[in-house]
Design a protein around this ligand. Structure first.
Ligand SMILES: Nc1ncnc2c1ncn2[C@@H]1O[C@H](COP(=O)(O)OP(=O)(O)OP(=O)(O)O)[C@@H](O)[C@H]1O
Length: 253
């Protein structure tokens, strides 16, 4: 198995508070890794480290075997990493299709840049991108709403738009921050199937509070508590780990 992303000894401190202490994990191609833990355990901070929003005080992040030193959020797509946010982060003034095109990072070409690049080439690029964006929307079953603005759509559909935006760049690693939050039971069921399907072409790291979903879709799970990894393993190992039970219930198992 190829280790696509690995993190070793990552420590992040906010003033006095240690948000991550000596954290390590690895994600292999073709797999789904779950990151769970009580509120404030450091899950979002971990995503922010991988995304280049936060520089850790210590530690190494390796992408495809190469150490990432000064990566920035805007260089993620180029690396082949995409992320969905806890909030949806959709642009309210853009249509669904335009929001997805922003994910492809090339919408600017239809602006003044197209004049510089040569109108014909830009038009060709634009057409190809639109086709890719529409194909992604079709895959997620929401092509029919491509011309709508997000605010006119139910929350579950908007979440799919956010996922389409992350997928359109054909990432090799997908970071999903609470993908099930706000969804109805049958939507969560469908989401689980979709994530499993996606894992065939992109490794997935998912931060999620819905334990049923996590247990169902993850190959491995990392449990954080107060910024430390207290357990790593397959779902059945995690489920019966006394340290994990204690972290969640607050009493020794
Ligand atoms: N920018 C920041 N400045 C100061 N403290 C922060 C900052 N970001 C996070 N923290 C703190 O770091 C700790 C870890 O937060 P983080 O958001 O990563 O946890 P989490 O596991 O994602 O929580 P949740 O499940 O509630 O989203 C918390 O104590 C939080 O208050």
């Amino acid at each position: 198995m190829t280790q696509l992303l690995s993190i070793e000894n990552v420590t992040v401190r906010f003033d006095g508070l240690v948000a991550l202490r000596d954290v390590g994990l690895a994600v292999e191609a073709g797999t789904v890794l779950g990151v769970i833990g009580p509120n404030g355990a450091g899950k979002t901070t971990l995503f922010n480290v991988v995304s280049g929003f936060i520089r850790p005080e210590t530690g190494v992040i390796r992408w495809d075997g190469v150490e990432l030193r000064d990566h920035q959020p805007h260089s993620l797509a180029g690396l082949g990493i995409a992320r969905t946010l806890q909030g949806l982060g959709l642009f309210p003034g853009l249509t669904v299709l335009e929001n997805v095109l922003v994910g492809a990072g090339r919408l600017a070409r239809s602006g003044p840049l197209s004049t510089l690049l040569g109108l014909r080439r830009a038009a060709r690029d634009e057409a190809a991108l639109r086709e890719r964006a529409m194909a992604t929307l079709t895959e997620l079953g929401i092509a029919d709403v491509h011309a709508a603005v997000p605010s006119s759509l139910p929350y579950g559909i908007r979440k799919r738009v956010a996922l389409a935006r992350a997928l359109v760049g054909e990432p090799r690693l997908l970071l999903l921050d609470e993908p099930a939050s706000g969804l109805a039971a049958e939507e969560i069921e469908e989401l689980g199937d979709r994530i499993r399907t996606l894992a065939a072409r992109a490794a997935v790291v998912v931060v999620e509070h819905n334990m049923d979903l996590v247990m169902r879709i993850c190959d491995r799970i990392v449990v954080l508590d107060f910024g430390e990894v207290i357990a790593t393993g397959a779902p059945e190992e995690i489920r019966s780990d006394p340290k994990v039970v204690e972290a969640y219930l607050g009493v020794p198992a």
